[in-house]
Design a protein around this ligand. Structure first.
Ligand code: NAP
Ligand code: ZN
Length: 352
């Protein structure tokens, strides 16, 4: 075991603060990574504030962070995929059983014995896993990703959650050229959804509550922007979408979007608000529309997404901050005031 500097929350109402955690020494199959950048996902905020207490209660102290890019500093004797000095990344998962049908299909995100990057039982330490708001992390090589060398590491970090979470359902639901795709909520996830849908050749419409994001939405790849509080603008799109990705972090009316789907269209929720959403049955019944959800994506699929980003030079639009500004960043996240992902420069932790 060794000590590592980190930022943790002591309770649902405490700010994040400097702390020291212990990490395991790398085993034969482990990769040790010095963290360069870690994105701030709205899930970090939900978890730190125990907003998902019914499903995933938070264990304190909580060290969040699952959008990790760093430099390999040590590898175990059985590690073949990485060597010291490589750029590497870790997302939301750090372990799974590797033997269940889900793992065998490359769908580790559905493994019944999955270990998430933070706030999950840690078989190595006996405590809980600690995430990327830290100077280093030790992860089994199966859960470490390669980062294309042309990508800026600060902007690549958010691909590990915001990227794969929007990429995976778009592939599952067949977003391709000629499809009409809606993206609801232009935050960290939403802006990646726009970039991917555009790169895949779809016609993209962004739904936002923030009129100030209109120009950005068009620059990011949207063909049209709808201010979702304007009922007339919404009505123009009734019954026309093949697929809508809902990436909203707070309570909102999903029925308004279900009505915009064409026959057999699908709305996938990736946003995970604290409170249950109300659903009007007839919106789905009329038009045989479907509503589904989607969690992150598998490891092979995540690598595929990273390689696609390398090829198309896609990264997240980031505001790089020092770790000392993390609490301020959380306050801004609640107000939808981020363009479009905070990425923490972990070098700032050395000074803490
Ligand atoms: P984010 O950057 O804070 O973006 C959320 C966006 O939702 C905001 O920018 C805003 O967009 C919109 N919004 C916020 N409050 C709203 C309200 N009251 N009514 C309508 N729209 C509102 O968050 P994120 O990091 O992208 O995460 C989004 C959600 O996805 C979170 O709930 C997060 O936990 C969840 N998530 C799920 C997965 C998964 O695997 N399924 C993975 C990662 C994150 P506009 O300003 O454009 O309206
Ligand atoms: Zn996330």
């Amino acid at each position: 075991m060794y000590n590592a500097k980190a930022y943790s929350a002591a309770s649902a109402t405490s700010p994040l603060a400097h702390t020291t955690i212990t990490r395991r020494d790398p085993t034969d199959s482990d990769v040790q990574i010095e963290i360069l950048f870690c994105g701030i996902c709205h899930s970090d905020l939900h978890q730190v504030r125990n907003e998902w207490s019914g499903v995933m209660p938070t264990v304190y102290p909580c060290v969040p962070g699952h959008e990790i890019v760093g430099r390999v500093t040590k590898v175990g004797s059985a590690v073949t995929k990485f060597k010291t000095g490589d750029l590497a990344a870790v997302g939301c998962m750090v372990d799974s059983d590797g033997t269940c049908p889900e793992c065998r299909e490359g769908l580790e995100q559905f493994c019944p014995n999955l270990t998430l990057t933070y706030n999950f039982p840690d078989k190595h330490t006996g405590g809980v896993t600690y995430g990327g708001y830290s100077e280093s992390v030790v992860v089994d090589q199966r859960f470490v990703l390669r980062v294309p060398s042309n990508l800026n590491p600060a902007g690549a970090a958010p691909l590990l959650c915001a990227g794969i979470t929007t990429w995976s359902p778009m592939h599952h639901w067949g977003v391709t050229k000629g499809k009409k795709v809606g993206v609801v909520g232009l935050g960290g996830l939403g802006h990646m959804g726009v970039k991917f849908a555009h790169a895949l050749g779809a016609r993209v419409v962004v739904f936002t509550t923030s009129p100030s994001k209109k120009d950005d939405a068009l620059r990011l790849g949207a063909d049209e922007v709808v201010i979702s509080r304007n009922a007339d603008e919404m009505a123009k799109h009734a019954g026309s979408f093949d697929f809508i990705l809902d990436a909203v972090s707070a309570d909102h009316d999903i029925n308004a979007y279900i009505g915009l789907l064409r026959r057999d269209g699908n709305l996938t929720l990736v946003g995970a608000p604290e409170k249950p959403l109300a659903l009007a049955a007839f919106g789905l019944i009329m038009g045989r529309r479907s509503l589904s959800g989607s969690p992150i994506g598998g490891i092979a699929e995540t690598q595929e997404m990273l390689d696609f980003c390398g090829k198309h030079n896609i990264t997240s639009d980031v505001e790089v901050i020092p770790i000392q500004k993390v609490n301020e960043a959380y306050e801004r996240l609640v107000k939808a005031d981020v363009k479009y992902r905070f990425s923490i420069d972990m070098a700032s932790l050395k000074a803490a």
